[in-house]
Write a protein that binds this ligand. Structure first.
Ligand code: WT7
Length: 653
């Protein structure tokens, strides 16, 4: 077992659910016990009952779980529904005038949508999509800033049965092109730009560049005018959002689809250079989104929810675009950076809009923690009643700061472990029922059969002993496949344990109370500021540069970002040193930003004349990780050409 599986944390504090919270919680300790028991005794019956309670079906299902094509599991497969109907139409009679979205732009502009208004906007845009030839099964790429129109576009795709693939606005034109081509998208929905960090993100320009570099399937580009700073339009191909919806009616009958119909693709990094299109299905995904917004976030009619993630990530799908709407909640959407105009922006947004349930990432918590307690203390955060964390393990110090300074020791913290692939929370405390421990994501949700096993798939019995985090039964919101690549799906997630268990790619340990502690990835995947990046992906980008011969990328712990990216690079020319090295490093960092996006820029580039490799030619990443951390090398380095290389790798020569 890898060295990173050694457990290092010794956290003993326990925080039981506050009494006041339990009194009003959707899931009380009794209800929690019932749900767990039912899931353990009658797995399929449990899920069937949840799916009947929570979803409005056009055609009810009879088949709960079809295992005949395992590991491609099918859920509720003879049922028919529409996800957009479940997020909007079904609320109109009771909550039509309730606020659905409170949007705040980075410049400070505010816009609100009631459920009625959102329903009208989605229906109208759905009609626009149809008028542009988009229908059931067509792929549509959405490359947008964090504005309500991004959600409207996603919901409109769902309404007409089209499959969206949202590409994070921070990805480059090249990354966009690859994703458009892999999905063979017919349309791109974008904006002229978005406001972020006090600047304009040039989204339309990136779309133009992607298309210029070859996206043969794209027929139409719809451009939402957010920044209105004037962008080039190609008259035959591009139309503005306003033109697209002009004269379109605000009623649109939803396209009823099978529960297994794909709802969306979302590309994520793995251990090869090529991102994979994680494919989710309408019925099961919707159920996961609804249940976790109710169970884990306890969303109730009076709540104002805010998930700070971008819709370009799975978090923004399940906890902005779909889940909160499906449960009829009011939510905040914020366009910009947490530090504009200053480090108080998040807390000001919470104060101004009365946020009661707040969900963010440890990297943001750590960054804001560094600014001190005074900033959050100068805002009224008294409406907050629950705090969430996602994306990477939250270190106990950040957890305690979040608890003490933001939650004022009143709000439970729910640390939610899940993945793009799982669609929804998997291991997380249900706040009114499960005591929390700083740094632990606590216990699997009812119906989620998570465990920690050894390399033979045997459950690890000893407390605090690390192993592979697996899921032992299929669950409704699981991915269905990797788009266009069933083999990669099976190989990545199922082959290690002969199809018996889903392999998460994370290592974990369970403590004496059965609480889960996530220890990190076991594959070549980095977690930088809560964003998943494949080391191979960054290496491929580096070697694509004309001056680079070879590259190896590893992560190194970073106190704010979680992990920092360190690249070891061999150039085709002589190894540069000093100012010359800084100059090439600058060029290569800019290059990676172009190839993938600014989030993938290496924090450090070390130029070397050789890389440590095994006899079979595999890069010895573990050794590189040790070196990047500045630790002493204990493993065998006899295969290395000379001592000089080690010094170069260490950045000492
Ligand atoms: C990977 C999934 C799921 C939304 C955000 C990231 C890590 C996620 C936690 C957590 C420890 C976590 C895991 C996981 N991760 N949440 N609460 N504690 N680690 O989605 O890009 O699919 O990444 O993020 O390593 O495998 P993603």
């Amino acid at each position: 077992m890898d060295e990173n599986i050694e457990s290092v944390l010794h956290e003993e504090r326990v925080f039981p659910p506050p009494e006041d919270f339990v009194k009003k919680a959707r899931i009380t300790p009794e209800r929690y016990k019932q749900l767990k028991q039912q899931a353990d005794e009658d797995y399929e019956g449990f899920w069937a009952e949840r799916a009947r309670e929570e979803i409005d079906w056009e055609t009810p299902f009879n088949i709960t779980l079809d295992r005949s094509e395992a590991p491609h599991y099918h859920w509720f497969s003879d049922g028919r529904l529409n996800v957009s109907y479940n997020c909007l139409d079904r609320h109109l009679s009771e909550r039509g005038d309730k606020t659905a979205i409170i949007f705040e732009g980075e410049p400070g502009d505010i816009q609100k949508y009631t459920y009625k208004e959102l329903h009208a906007a989605v229906s109208q845009f759905a009609n626009a999509l149809k008028a542009q030839g988009i229908g059931k099964g067509d792929r549509v790429v959405i490359y947008m800033p964090m504005v309500p129109e991004a959600v409207i576009a996603m919901q409109a795709c769902a309404r007409v049965g089209a499959i969206h693939s949202v590409v994070f606005g921070g990805f480059s034109a090249e990354a966009l092109k690859d994703r458009v081509n892999d999905a063979q998208a017919k349309m791109i929905i974008t904006a002229d730009g978005g406001h972020r960090g006090g600047r304009i993100i040039e989204l339309k320009a990136a779309v133009d560049k992607a298309i210029e570099h070859g996206t043969p399937t794209v027929e139409r580009v719809i451009v939402f005018e957010r920044t209105k700073h004037g962008v080039a339009m190609s008259p035959e191909r591009d139309i503005t959002w306003a033109e697209a919806i002009a004269d379109q009616p605000m009623e649109c009958e939803p396209e009823w689809v099978d529960a297994e119909h794909p709802l969306f693709l979302l590309y994520t990094s793995g251990s090869t250079g090529k991102p994979k299109g994680i494919q989710h299905a309408c019925g099961g995904y919707l159920l996961g989104a609804i249940l976790t917004n109710k169970w884990v976030f306890d969303l109730q009619d009076e709540d104002v929810f805010w998930c700070t993630a971008d819709v370009g990530w799975i978090t923004g799908h399940t906890y902005t675009a779909y889940g909160p709407l499906a449960v009829g909640a009011a939510q905040v959407m914020y366009e910009g950076a947490p530090t504009v105009p200053d480090g108080g922006r998040f807390w000001k947004v919470c104060q101004d809009h009365g946020v009661s349930v707040f969900y963010t990432a440890p990297t943001a918590i750590r960054a804001l923690m560094k600014l001190g307690d005074e900033i959050p203390k100068s805002y009224d955060l008294s409406k907050l009643r629950l705090l969430g964390s996602v994306g990477e393990p939250i270190n106990p110090e950040a957890w305690m700061w979040y608890y003490r300074v933001i939650g004022q020791e009143r709000c439970p913290i729910t640390d939610t472990w899940w993945q793009t692939e799982t669609g929804a929370h998997m291991i997380a405390p249900i706040p009114g029922a499960v005591p929390t421990k700083p740094g632990s994501c606590t216990l699997p949700l009812p119906g989620i059969m998570a465990d920690v096993v050894d390399e033979h798939g045997e459950p690890i019995q000893d407390a605090n002993h690390g192993g592979y985090l697996v899921i032992k039964e299929p669950w409704p919101s699981m991915l269905r496949t990797v788009w266009g690549n069933d083999e990669r799906y099976r190989k990545t997630y199922w082959d290690m344990f002969d199809g018996r268990y889903y392999l998460s790619g994370d290592s974990a340990r369970k403590d004496e109370d059965g609480y889960f502690w996530i220890m990190g990835r076991i594959d070549d995947v980095l977690n930088v500021s809560g964003h998943r990046l494949g080391t191979m992906e960054i290496e491929s980008a580096l070697v694509a540069h004309e001056r680079v011969a070879e590259a190896a990328v590893v992560g190194r712990p970073h106190d704010v970002k979680g992990e920092a990216i360190v690249a070891y690079v061999i150039l085709k020319e002589a190894r540069p040193t000093g100012a010359a090295a800084d100059e090439v490093a600058k060029t290569l960092r800019a290059w990676v930003a172009e190839e993938i996006g600014p989030i993938a820029k290496p924090d450090e580039i070390r130029f070397v004349e050789g890389l440590p490799k095994t006899r079979s030619g595999k890069i010895m990443r573990r050794l590189l990780r040790t070196i990047a951390k500045g630790e002493t090398i204990s493993s065998d380095t006899s295969t290395l050409e000379n001592e000089e290389i080690i010094k170069q790798l260490q950045g000492k020569a």
